[in-house]
Design a protein around this ligand. Structure first.
Ligand code: 3H9
Length: 708
């Protein structure tokens, strides 16, 4: 047999059992060798007089995790998976699939083509192709509705979610659960049952009952399509999924398979597929940083957080949820009580949302969490995270005190979002133990953690930052020291560009609309209103107080904030929020404020198209991203992409700004920058890296590949 698929005969209760095992680590992806091996095994079993039932099972940690994603975009090699699954289903004797780990995508499609399915209780199944810009291309859209009905199948296919084995049993995706932890044995036991109970060959493709009521039901599909279109917001693949499921109800099975196959091939060629697969692999590459090769993480059994405000309490709860005991430090008893109240509010919210139950809420609040007004209580902590006011003097003074009380070997982190970690580290006698851990608000929710590595930070300290992120189920991105690190440095550039455009004639509402239509969940002004306009105001003030005197175009935002209009929390910001409403409406007074600023500056407003707005907004992002890579602040372009995807709402189906720039073409982005540079040379100096890449005919992804 093939190297990755083995075939053996065991004697069962009433005849031979052919055990077909897939062994293609790490996740048994159905690459060419696996497909070929399965095809041969199915043919062999069909002819094999020594076996009356077959079991297909995966070796190692999982059943098949899907098609081999690395093969997408390369020439197609037969047999393709849909040929394989059809061949398995066509076998004349019963085939059982034993599922453990995950049966995802092509893995579940393989299982659906078997005549029976048994799963370990811990297993998960799903069709996550939509997250890769695809649809299930090996019969998933045709077989799953036949097995469990159109509505349940649509939910699973369009959401791409993982379904637990118990739910899969309830829905009818699997026939039985096995209590043990050995999938091979579970498969053999089920095969014996098939023999003992004379269970027949049962082909999913021949099941028609569950789709009968959906056949020709226009209202059903119109409803599904309308809701999917609303959620998809620009994404193609969810729409194609619904079309293929509809085809399952309208066409004979073979024609439905062809419909699905054609749609799959069409999606394979899209930019969205390219972008989403880039995001998939970048998720995994971003954690591969040099320090992890040389430094093992330090212990992480107890933490201390300095500060109980919004950030401090969010970070505390993120750690409590992961099971890490936290001591919170505040400056006096009154602030300590406020800190506790902030933490309890988050935990109560978690309880309300069903994230935790009452017992867990009480254990986290009373056993894992404590608060103190004495900084000496950080003495037991393996990691101390300072989340105090964003002010260099405050932080310096705190780190001097932290240095006095933290135990030797403790990791000392600052949650600064802009400030120089090296200056902070220099206040201690152990700068090698200091790093930045930049959490995003709300810290118990947001996935991104920037791990900021200082000039003297030891590799094992950086490794501890990454280990903490993993424990908290966050995505860590390594960043070097500079004002704003990766994310906020880029944010500052595109917000500045937005402010320039407003000064020149665009309205904040036009900018938000363009950004939302690009795929962001909200525009920068909607975001500002949500976060609180007082934060940006304070940051700008900090910058100007520190002597910065470049071109300034945020006067309108300053004036809005100075009116006490801080956004949603005050009912008014750039938008007006009618009583209790979270979606704002446009405010004519804001437009008047902007008009007044323009008049004072003697600017004659001009109009902007949505395309003009996005070209400038996006080019500002890419140019700064390139500079950040060029300076080594980000290791690779993919680190910039991941930061913007997880911290700033950049649409995943565009892959991140650097990937999107590759897709558009770096020569076009550079041409845009050079065009803008003619009017504003100060802002638009093209990044050297961008110029070099264009000259060499390379792109950002070529840098990712070189670094791999
Ligand atoms: C599909 O099936 C299309 C079909 O409908 C139609 C075809 C015609 N291929 O995530 P991990 C690598 S589309 C290639 O760290 P975990 C991964 O890059 C597919 N490689 O482990 C990593 O490599 P490295 C639908 C893959 O335990 C290593 O395996 N399926 C694939 O945290 C370990 O992965 C999916 O979308 C793959 N399919 O999570 C499922 N999968 O070590 C995608 C993984 O070099 N996979 N790798 O960095 C997953 O969701 C997770 O990997 C899984 C395990 C949950 C399985």
């Amino acid at each position: 047999m093939s190297e990755v698929v083995s075939y053996e005969i065991l004697s069962g209760d009433k005849g031979g059992i052919a055990v077909i095992s897939i062994d293609n680590p790490p996740v048994n992806a159905a690459g060419h060798a696996v497909r070929k091996g399965l095809m041969e095994a199915a043919a062999r079993f069909n002819e094999d007089a020594a076996a009356s039932v077959a079991v297909i099972v995966g070796k190692g940690r999982t059943f098949i995790a899907g098609a081999d994603i690395r093969e997408f975009g390369k020439p197609i090699m037969h047999p393709v998976l849909y040929e394989v699954v059809n061949a398995i289903e066509a076998v004349d004797k019963p085939v059982v699939c034993a599922i453990h780990g995950t049966a995802l995508g092509g893995g579940l499609e393989t299982a659906l083509s078997c005549h029976y399915r048994v799963a370990l209780k811990s297993a998960k199944v799903g069709l996550p192709e939509v997250h890769l810009g695809l649809l299930p291309g090996a019969g998933g859209t045709q077989r799953l509705p036949r097995l469990i009905g159109v509505e349940a199948a649509t939910d699973i296919i369009v959401s791409g979610r993982h379904v637990s084995a118990p739910e899969a049993l309830k829905l009818g995706i699997v026939d039985a659960l096995d209590d043990g932890d050995d999938p091979r044995q579970a498969g053999i036991d089920f095969a014996n049952r098939v023999m003992n109970e004379n269970m027949p060959v049962r082909r999913t493709s021949e099941m028609e009952d569950k789709i009968a009521s959906a056949r020709g039901n226009k209202a059903l599909f119109d409803g599904i399509m309308a809701s999917v279109e609303k959620k998809a917001r620009g994404q193609i693949s969810p729409i194609k999924c619904v079309e293929a499921i509809k085809a399952a109800t309208e066409l004979p099975f073979d024609e439905g398979m062809k419909f699905e196959r054609d749609a799959f091939i069409e999606l394979l060629g899209t930019e969205q597929r390219d972008a989403l697969i880039h995001a998939f692999f970048s998720d995994r590459e971003v954690g591969k940083v040099p320090e992890l090769a040389t430094g093992a993480p330090r212990p992480l059994d107890r933490a201390a957080v300095i500060g109980g405000g919004t950030m401090g309490s969010g970070i505390t709860c993120a750690m409590l949820y992961s099971g890490l005991p936290v001591t919170m430090i505040e400056r006096d008893e009154e602030s300590a009580a406020k800190g506790r109240a902030n933490v309890e509010k988050i935990l109560d919210d978690g309880l309300k949302r069903g994230k935790i139950d009452q017992a867990k809420r009480d254990r986290l609040a009373n056993e894992l969490y404590s608060v103190s007004a004495d900084i000496a209580d950080i003495a037991e902590a393996d990691i101390v995270i300072e989340a105090a006011f964003e002010n260099m003097d405050v932080k310096k003074e705190l780190f001097e005190r932290i240095d006095k009380h933290a135990k030797p070997g403790a990791v000392l982190a600052s949650n600064t979002s802009y400030l120089n970690i090296d200056e902070i580290a220099a206040m201690t006698g152990r700068p090698q133990d200091v790093l930045g851990l930049h959490f995003f608000s709300p810290a118990h929710v947001m996935k991104l953690l920037e791990v900021v590595v200082g000039a003297k930070t030891l590799p094992d300290v950086t490794a501890t930052g990454f280990a903490l992120a993993k424990k908290l189920r966050k995505t860590a991105v390594r960043a070097g020291v500079c004002d704003g690190f990766i994310g906020n440095r880029i944010l500052e550039r595109y917000l500045t560009q937005a402010a320039y455009m407003i000064e020149e004639g665009a309205s904040p509402y036009e900018i938000d609309k363009a950004v939302v239509n690009f795929g962001y969940p909200m525009g920068p002004h909607q975001m500002g209103d949500l976060a609180g306009l007082d934060i940006g105001y304070a940051n700008r003030k900090r910058l100007r107080d520190s002597g910065w005197n470049g071109r300034y175009a945020h006067e309108h935002m300053d004036r809005i904030a100075e009116l006490g209009r801080f956004g949603q929390k005050t009912g008014r910001g750039v938008y007006i929020y009618d009583q209790g409403s979270r979606s704002g409406r446009e405010d004519p007074e804001v437009l008047e404020i902007i008009d007044r600023v323009r008049e004072e500056k003697g600017i004659e407003p001009k109009t902007f198209t949505e395309e003009e707005i996005m070209r400038r907004y996006f080019a500002a992002m890419v140019n700064e991203g390139a500079r950040i890579v060029e300076e080594g602040i980000a290791l690779r372009p993919l680190d910039v992409d991941i930061a913007m995807l997880y911290g700033y709402g950049f649409p995943r189906w565009r892959g991140g700004p650097m990937k999107q720039a590759d897709i558009i073409g770096l020569d076009k982005i550079l041409a845009d920058i050079r065009e803008f540079e003619e009017n504003d040379p100060e802002f638009w100096r093209p990044a050297k890296l961008l110029v070099d890449l264009v000259e060499r005919g390379e792109n950002f992804d070529s840098l990712n590949k070189k670094a791999a």
